[in-house]
Design a protein. Structure first.
Length: 285
């Protein structure tokens, strides 16, 4: 780390959060702080380490941001469980678990792209309760859950509304008229069991976008910038934060198993239904 980097990092002291914050306020504060910490550490100079492949990497910023979130949650929500991408696994007694991804899109993050974020979700026995996603370099924070409509920087999202609500027509837009965000590692394209359903879904959309951060993608499905999204084999930290926000925006989400792989899909109700059918058409059974 350079001396200039140390100076910049030293100017940002991660906050000790107030346990009296409600869950949404806490989630918002956590992703803001974690994302800002990671950004400042990148500005100070970072190197990546491969996990499973050249494109699956981890940095010291991932670990530092996850450690911060872990510390704050253990102090503010001591009875809750915690699950993190970089190895955090804490059993709770409340029946609730926070699922954290301190830097989603680490390959992008390490290579200077702005398309990465910090993400967090809260789940209980009924499913995902809330999600918060912060993209620091664009200063965008998406928030939403079962008890609160989806928002972007505090402004309510009406991408998928009920009848009579502006934006509700998006729920009925067919897949053939929508751009689809997706991700597939090149090695999976060599496996027909994965490639066949992916190809069927990909060729059913009007356009494809592949940016490399599932949570950033899902946030943009929630606000309407992207039409829909599909990806296979997502861990909870790549799926639940964005799923919560899409659902809170009135959208739909589903998981379909094809050829032994789970495919995760989100968007308007019509697009999700058609993505499911397209993926299932690639089944070898």
């Amino acid at each position: 780390m350079t001396e200039i980097g140390k100076h910049r990092l030293g100017r940002h002291s991660t906050a000790e959060l107030n346990p009296a914050l409600d869950d949404y306020q806490l989630a918002e504060a956590l992703v803001r702080e974690a994302g800002t910490l990671a950004l400042l550490m990148r500005q100070a100079g970072l190197e990546g380490r491969q996990k499973t492949s050249v494109s699956d990497v981890v940095t010291a910023a991932d670990h530092a941001a996850e450690a911060y979130v872990l510390e704050q949650l253990q102090r503010c929500r001591p009875d809750d469980g915690i699950l993190g991408e970089e190895g955090t696994a804490v059993d709770g007694t409340s029946g609730r678990t926070w699922v954290i991804d301190p830097v989603d899109g680490t390959y992008n993050f390490l290579h200077g792209s702005t398309y990465w974020c910090s993400a967090i979700a809260l789940k209980d026995s009924s499913g995902v309760v809330l999600g918060a996603i912060f993209q620091p370099e664009e200063d965008k924070l998406w928030l939403g859950g079962t008890a609160r409509p989806a928002t972007l920087n505090g402004e309510r999202l009406t991408t998928y509304g009920d009848a009579g609500v502006e934006g509700s027509a998006r729920s009925d837009t067919p897949l053939s008229e929508l751009g689809a965000a997706t991700y597939i590692h090149p090695t999976w394209l060599a496996d027909p069991l994965c490639a066949m359903p992916w190809h069927a879904a990909a060729t059913s959309a009007a356009a494809l976008r592949m940016f490399g951060s599932g949570s950033c993608d899902l946030s943009r499905v929630a606000d309407g910038e992207l039409g829909c999204w599909f990806q296979h084999s997502c861990p909870e930290w790549d799926w639940l934060p964005g799923k919560a926000i899409v659902l809170a925006a009135g959208g739909a989400a589903d998981v379909v198993r094809v050829n032994g792989l789970d495919w995760f899909v989100a968007g308007g109700s019509t697009a999700v239904r058609q993505l499911r059918a397209a993926l299932e058409s690639g089944s070898v059974a």
